[in-house]
Structures are given as C-alpha cells and as structure tokens.
Design a protein around this ligand. Structure first.
Ligand code: SAH
Length: 213
C-alpha cells in the first residue's frame, strides 16, 4: 500500500483537528502525523481514513477515532521503554501509536480474524509488538506486571485481574460503562493495595466481551 503526498497532507489536517480538540503531547501528535491510518482501514472506508471518526473494521468492531486514541494515550503519560498491555488490538492502529513512543507493547485481541489481520499488517509495516489471541479480561499474568494498561473497549466494570497486573506507580486507562456510553477512567496504582481513580469525560466504545471468537 502506498502513502502519497495527498495522504500526508490529509494527516497534517487531522493532526491540526485533534490539536484543536485539546491534545497537547507533541510526541503523540507526531505519531498521528507519521502513521498511515489508511493502511489500517477496511477497504470500503479507506477514503475516510483521515476523518476524525471511528469506522468498521470487520467482525462488528471499529478502528477508534483518532482523537480518542490520542486522548487515551495522553492520559497514560507514557515514558520511553514502558511495558504496556493493550486490550483490544482491533485494527492495530493504537498499537502502532504506542510503539512510535518507544514502548514495548503486549496486545490482546479476542477475534481471531482481527488478531491475524493486524498481526500481518503491523509486521509488514515493521512494527514488533507481542501479539496474543485471547480474552483480555485475564490479562497476561505470565508477562506482567505492566507500567501501563490500556483498554480500548467499553468495560462493564474494572477487571480485578488487570488491576493486579499493574505495577505500583503504573497507570491504567479504561472506558467503563455499558452500551449507552462509557466514562474514561484513569487508575493509578499507588501502593500494594492502594489505587487512585479519576474520571475524564464520556466516550462511546464497542463493548469489552468475555471469551474469544
Ligand atoms: N485499539 C483498537 C480499537 C479496536 S475496538 C484500534 O486501534 O483499532 C476494540 C477491540 O477490542 C475490538 O477489536 C474487540 O474485538 C476487542 N475486544 C473486546 N473485548 C475484548 C477482550 N475481552 N479481550 C480482547 N479484546 C477484546
């Protein structure tokens, strides 16, 4: 797939849009400006790749809106070399953004079809996360604990197992709520049994579901 001057121009506008909406972290803005989002889109929606919107990617799932991707990433306050768990690989776009920030990413997807597709695409693009096909509710106990945990689907509640896999001093970002919308929550682990929660506005994600398909 090619990345033309037209694509680059559209990306520049997209960066301006999310900047206007409040994204400040220049590393994130640079990553959005660099990554060809059209590579991650379903072919029927490719011409809309640089709209600040979510689009279908198959299996009833969506590629998140760029603003939402940037917002979640900003809340995580990522530091270089952070070890990150991402629940919901989906198209792989969010994963590519995390990798551009110099992190080590462990990403889980419950749909086999999406897992295979994003694994092939990210590898072709030269990205090297660790891919897992499975249920993100369980996290990855054998690979944790993690500096950062990012959930990219709407969770009915905060999964207990994931809290355990967060390092002390670590941050987890998770949209919590049902099909009517979710509140973006930031959870900071400040001690062995101490967590601090804060709320950061309303969003609409596809649901986080149990099991795998
Ligand atoms: N980060 C993705 C967002 C995809 S939408 C991107 O940038 O495109 C959310 C994804 O979470 C979907 O692909 C969905 O299948 C996946 N998902 C939902 N529940 C899950 C679970 N329990 N474990 C792993 N993935 C899950």
């Amino acid at each position: 797939m090619t990345d033309t001057y037209r694509h680059k121009g559209l990306r520049k506008k997209l960066v301006d849009t999310i900047k206007e909406k409040g994204i400040k972290d220049t590393r994130i803005l640079e990553a959005v400006g660099k990554i060809p989002r059209h590579h991650f889109m379903d072919s029927s929606f490719i011409e809309f790749a640089y709209r600040d919107q979510a689009f279908p990617i198959g299996s009833g799932q969506t590629i998140s809106q760029p603003y939402t991707v940037a917002f979640q990433t900003e809340l995580l306050q990522i530091e270089k070399h952070n070890k990150i768990l991402e629940v919901g690989t989906g198209s792989g776009y969010q994963c590519a953004i995390l990798l551009e920030l110099g992190t080590k990413v462990f990403t889980i997807e419950r749909y086999r079809e999406l897992y295979l597709k994003s694994r092939a695409l990210l590898s072709d693009m030269g990205y090297k996360p660790y891919f897992f096909y499975g249920d993100g509710y369980a996290g990855l106990p054998n690979h944790g604990p993690f500096d950062r945990i990012l959930i990219t689907a709407g969770a009915p509640e905060i999964p207990e197992e994931l809290l355990k896999q967060l390092k002390i001093g670590g941050r987890m970002v998770i949209p919590v709520g049902g099909s009517g919308g979710q509140v973006m929550m930031l959870i900071e682990r400040i001690g062995e049994n101490e967590y601090k929660e804060s709320k950061h506005g309303y969003f609409a994600f596809v649901p986080m579901l149990k099991g795998k398909q």
